[in-house]
Design a protein around this ligand. Structure first.
Ligand code: GMT
Length: 377
């Protein structure tokens, strides 16, 4: 099948999932065309079935805002015609589903009928999409997709609660290439980062408010009072400066390493002892799954789809949002006893295996078949 994938090219989870999906589909023999404004960060183009087409938006003094949706829908029309693309798969409703729908309608004028699959990722529904300024357009584009998927049961429930949805939503969870993260619990050059006796605690995100980075610091501060440790913060975002200030105030800045956006997430997770994700909301928590795939236990909040990924007392622990006392007690419970720690590491990896690429990608292929059938009826 010839498939166009529209996504954000950034480090965010939706772009990562879209990119990994495209790569896996290409390996299954599909011809995949990524269409976005920059080459996705996880995309390496050395595959004959993978293509990348850049959307450019020419600037004009009249435009206060650049009309990206217009440029994207025009690019989609051109690429569908040029490459004989049979299906559009848009990741993140805003504005991709809206632009995809316009492309579909323009193509219909020329007698070309192509289905659009929309995958909802989280903030496109919960934080941004349900804002009154966007809600009518998001509702319209979901209802006018030929198939809709969400990355967790929890996100499906949120979508049905927040929008007037008239179509079926299939849950297709995020997935992971376990092989890529296969380390046999070795030391993974941890001496690059920490002294021998120090535990390595990690947090990865886009450092936005929703991630509650202040809670990450508070939990780490409590761990540090009980054992030598180092915190690695991966990512860039608006909360970075206030987080650095908080670390200074608490006098722990020398124990915290801010490494920015990194292409070496797998290496960092390889030497991590514990992963912290106390988010206010998380539709799935792909980073938690990445950590678990590396055998890193997860201390998280119980928000959104996290309980579908991190299993209480098995791959880690979950606490109410903001309950840093419980989160730090759980962290210490895991870290203080080497046998307990090893058991959690092994179980984290085992739990992650449920989400292996080979189990999940066929679910997307089924959705594609259904969407194709629906437009040929
Ligand atoms: O977490 C973010 O803020 C980034 C965001 C994105 O759209 O890239 O992540 C969302 O999609 C990921 C992939 O499906 C999910 O794993 C994240 O849980 C979800 N984030 C939120 O719901 C806050």
């Amino acid at each position: 099948m010839k498939i166009a994938i529209v996504c954000y090219p950034t480090f965010g989870g939706s772009g990562v999932v879209a990119t990994e999906l495209g790569i896996a589909l290409a390996e299954h023999g599909h011809e995949v065309h990524f269409i976005t404004y920059k080459q996705p960060v996880r995309l390496q183009l050395l595959h004959s079935n993978v293509h990348y087409h850049e959307v450019t938006v020419p600037s004009y003094p009249l435009f206060h805002y650049q009309p990206y949706e217009l440029a994207l829908s025009s690019k989609l029309v051109d690429m569908v015609k040029l490459h004989g693309i049979e299906l559009l798969h848009v990741h993140y409703a805003i504005p991709h589903a809206y632009a995809g729908y316009m492309a579909k309608k323009m193509l219909e004028e020329e007698g070309i009928y192509i289905p659009m699959v929309t995958t909802l990722h989280g903030t496109d529904i919960t934080l941004v999409g349900s804002h009154p300024f966007y809600k009518p357009a998001v509702t319209f584009s979901i209802n006018n997709s030929d198939a809709v998927t969400s990355v967790s049961e929890s996100l499906k429930e949120d979508t049905l609660r927040l929008f007037d949805i008239k179509r079926e939503i299939d849950v297709v969870p995020n997935f992971i290439d376990i092989e890529k993260y296969n380390n046999p619990f070795s030391e993974c050059q941890r001496d690059l980062i920490a002294h021998k006796d120090e535990k390595i605690i990690t947090h990865i995100s886009n450092l936005r408010k929703v991630k509650r980075i202040d809670n990450v610091i508070e939990i780490f501060d409590r761990i540090l009072k009980k054992m030598p440790a180092r915190l690695i913060i991966v990512g860039e975002g608006p909360e970075k400066d206030p987080t650095q200030k908080l670390c200074e105030e608490l006098g722990i800045i020398d124990n915290v390493l801010f490494v920015g956006n990194s292409h070496e997430v797998d290496k960092i997770l390889c030497f991590s002892d514990l992963f912290l994700l106390p988010s206010e909301h998380e539709s799935f928590g792909l980073v938690a799954l990445e950590a678990m795939a590396c055998g890193v236990p997860v201390i998280s909040s119980n928000a959104g789809g996290l309980p579908e990924v991190n299993i209480q007392g098995i791959s880690g622990y979950l606490s109410d949002i903001g309950d840093v006392d419980d989160m730090s007690n759980n962290a210490l419970k895991i870290l203080e006893n080497p046998e307990t720690h090893l058991k959690f590491k092994q179980n984290a990896k085992k739990t992650a295996m449920k989400f292996e690429t080979k189990n999940i990608v066929p679910l997307y292929e089924e959705v594609y078949e259904k969407a194709l059938e629906s437009i040929s009826i």
